[in-house]
Design a protein around this ligand. Structure first.
Ligand SMILES: Cc1ncc(COP(=O)(O)O)c(C=O)c1O
Length: 374
């Protein structure tokens, strides 16, 4: 690299290090079967209809993607109905890629992006990657977004406000009333992103419907994913919904053939797989309540999540030590320092036997540290 002119802003972006697989952890620690509850994956696997479509498409793996993107957008129009057209939709290689698209499109010559201090780390990372400044606003004491404070943080330099509902890592949702007020207060030069990767698990009737703002033609992008309830995380497929003029602008950042047809046909098929989506949703809702109740009985504090994970805050044992003690019993959970919460960990809602295994490991870890849960 001698003599090369480097981008100093890019050097501020930490290198991405992929988490270890369950198999790797099992080998390294000499454990039996390892339970991975750190990435909010679907414990039921993938939509069977998606897998069938993927198999049918495999013989065409040598071809560049053809009309699959168009078909996925048209499938999404049927899925959502009510005023949305293919021109309202942009497809990306995961919600991650759609977030990248928005960052690249709006943070181009500096500029700022406003976000909560406790949210999905990718918002700050993308802002920095594209040369902007991340403006982090503290959450309220109950860990909810402080939208009035976020509105106060908006300046003439603000390009994007990153929202997330349900928020990763808290699982908390934004309410319609608070967002209505927030949206009304925004200047026109700001685009609001709603990251709704976990929207399929929401039961709270007061949760914001961000698509309503898209239908009103506001500067809003709703980002969703096939990684969670459709169980297609490894295929890397997601999408954004926004007013057509905004989508057309965002399309300028899309590289040719950047999303594979294998992923797109599988995603399209998963939209028709109502049975799998319903099973995924019902499992998470039932097991989330089970885990929440058991953790609360143990005297632990967890937030009322609307997603497929729970956040445990201020456990009676140092979080890195607790996460390590669980790991040595073959259960991987996620410490939340990187998400702005050094005293918390996040656990994915699994099948009943997985949740019971996690709870047993947690009891053992606390008992071995001589911390008696209530
Ligand atoms: C809030 C949030 N947005 C986006 C993503 C990434 O979704 P995808 O797998 O579609 O890139 C995740 C993944 O965990 C997430 O938690």
């Amino acid at each position: 690299m001698n003599g090369l002119r480097l981008n100093p802003q890019l050097l501020r972006v930490p290198l991405y290090i992929a988490g270890k697989s369950a198999e790797q952890v099992s080998q390294e620690l000499g454990l039996g079967e390892v339970l991975k509850l750190c990435s909010n994956e679907n414990p039921l696997g993938s939509s069977p209809m998606a897998i069938a479509a993927l198999r049918d498409m495999l013989p065409k793996a040598h071809r560049y993607p053809g009309i699959a993107e168009r078909e996925l957008r048209s499938g999404l129009v049927t899925y959502y109905r009510n005023g949305l057209t293919e021109q309202h939709i942009i497809v990306g290689s995961g919600a991650t890629d759609v977030l990248r698209i928005v960052a690249q499109a709006f943070i181009f010559d500096g500029g700022e992006a406003v976000m909560c201090r406790v949210t999905f780390p990718l918002f700050a990372l993308l802002t920095t990657m594209y040369g902007g400044r991340a403006i982090r606003v503290d959450p309220r004491p109950d860990y909810r977004f402080d939208l009035p404070a976020m509105a106060d943080a908006i300046t003439a330099q603000t390009r994007i406000v990153w929202l997330c509902s349900p928020n990763n890592p808290t699982g908390l949702v934004l309410s319609q009333a608070e967002v209505d007020e927030f949206i009304e207060s925004l200047p026109e030069h700001v685009v609001v992103v709603f990251d709704e990767a976990y929207c399929d698990y929401v039961t709270d009737p007061n949760c914001v419907d961000s698509l309503q703002y898209v239908r009103q033609g506001r500067n809003v992008v709703t980002v969703r994913s096939f990684s969670k309830s459709a169980g297609l995380a490894n295929l890397r497929i997601g999408y954004g919904i926004a007013p057509p003029d905004l989508i057309e602008y965002l399309m300028h950042t899309v590289l040719p053939f950047s999303t594979g047809a294998l992923a797109m046909v599988a995603a399209r098929a998963s939209l028709d797989d109502r049975t799998f989506r319903r099973r995924s949703r019902e499992l998470v809702q039932q097991e989330r309540a089970f885990l929440f109740a058991r953790l609360s009985e143990m005297g632990l504090t967890c937030l009322p999540s609307q997603a497929n994970f729970l956040l445990v805050v201020d456990p009676p044992l140092d979080v890195p030590a607790l996460v390590d003690a669980l790991l040595h019993q073959g259960v991987i959970v996620r410490p939340m320092a990187g998400f702005g919460l050094p005293n918390a960990f996040r656990v994915t809602v699994g099948l009943r036997e997985q949740n019971e295994r996690f709870l047993a490991a947690l009891r053992t870890a606390l008992a071995e540290a001589s911390v008696t849960p209530a």
